[in-house]
Write a protein that binds this ligand. Structure first.
Ligand code: ZN
Ligand code: FE
Length: 255
């Protein structure tokens, strides 16, 4: 059984500590800051074995070196980005398997937000750590990749089992809900989810993780090929990637 601890950091980042109790191994996914990780480890008596990075942005790799120095852990990241990932020890790519004691995960390449971006999929634990690719009700900005790359990456994630929990790296859900509602103000599943998100945030609760099944139903970026949604955008029959690019452009300009 994999234990997953959600550690808030900076203004809206989530760092995840994954602990496999049998072996005692622990991994930190996308450590934006060292201090919250070190205190969470100390509070539980866990020892850090690994850092798993999804992409090279500073709010994901910022604490790599400090954590290596403090704990002697090793850093895993995408081989194609090795020059941008501080302290990288293990270079991985599509399909690679990683073991955390008795738990294992598979590396998925999901470029678009940055030209190299990976996700860590723990099939048995039904958990996906996807950094800034798929967010609850949103997706990452296209800083380095093309709409084609991002759409393909999102489709790849969309094909995972619906019960997969989506552990993304930011609490952006309330803003994402407002944008989604601007596209589809009277879509009942979205209205219902937006209300729930508002309540959670009003009580300072995390909206992450969400379930892939609810993202498929309500996340506009996963619905670029949905004909009803396309009709709503007056783009019915358009290629999905064109619709996706238009939604992403609108989000970039939103308010
Ligand atoms: Zn990023
Ligand atoms: Fe980020």
């Amino acid at each position: 059984m994999l234990e997953i601890l959600q550690v808030p950091a900076l203004s809206d980042n989530y760092i995840y500590l994954l602990h496999e109790p049998e072996s005692g191994q622990t991994a930190a996914v996308d450590p934006a800051a060292a201090e919250p990780v070190l205190s969470a480890l100390a509070a539980r008596g866990w020892r850090l074995s690994w850092v798993f990075n999804t992409h090279p942005h500073w709010d994901h790799v910022g604490a790599n070196l400090a954590l290596k120095q403090a704990t002697g852990c090793q850093v895993v990241g995408f081989g194609g980005d090795s020059s941008r990932i501080p302290g990288i020890d293990r270079l991985v790519g599509e399909g690679d398997a990683l073991e955390l004691g008795a738990s294992s995960c598979k590396v998925l390449e999901v470029p678009g937000h940055t030209r190299g971006h990976i996700a860590y999929w723990f099939a048995e634990a039904n958990a996906l750590f996807c950094g800034d690719t798929l967010f609850a009700l949103g997706c990452g900005r296209l800083f380095e990749g093309t709409p084609e790359q991002m759409w393909n990456s999102l489709c790849k994630l969309r094909d995972l089992p619906e019960a997969t929990r989506i552990y993304c790296a930011h609490e952006y859900t309330l803003d994402n809900a407002r944008f989604a509602l601007s596209l589809e103000p009277d879509y009942p599943p979205l209205l219902q989810r937006a209300r729930q998100v508002e309540q959670q945030r009003a009580h300072n609760q995390p909206t992450v993780p969400s379930l892939l099944g609810e993202e498929k139903l309500t996340n506009p970026f996963l619905r670029a090929d949905d004909l009803d949604f396309q009709a709503r955008l007056k783009m019915r029959g358009e290629r999905a990637v064109v619709v996706f690019a238009e939604i992403r452009r609108r989000k970039d300009r939103f308010r």
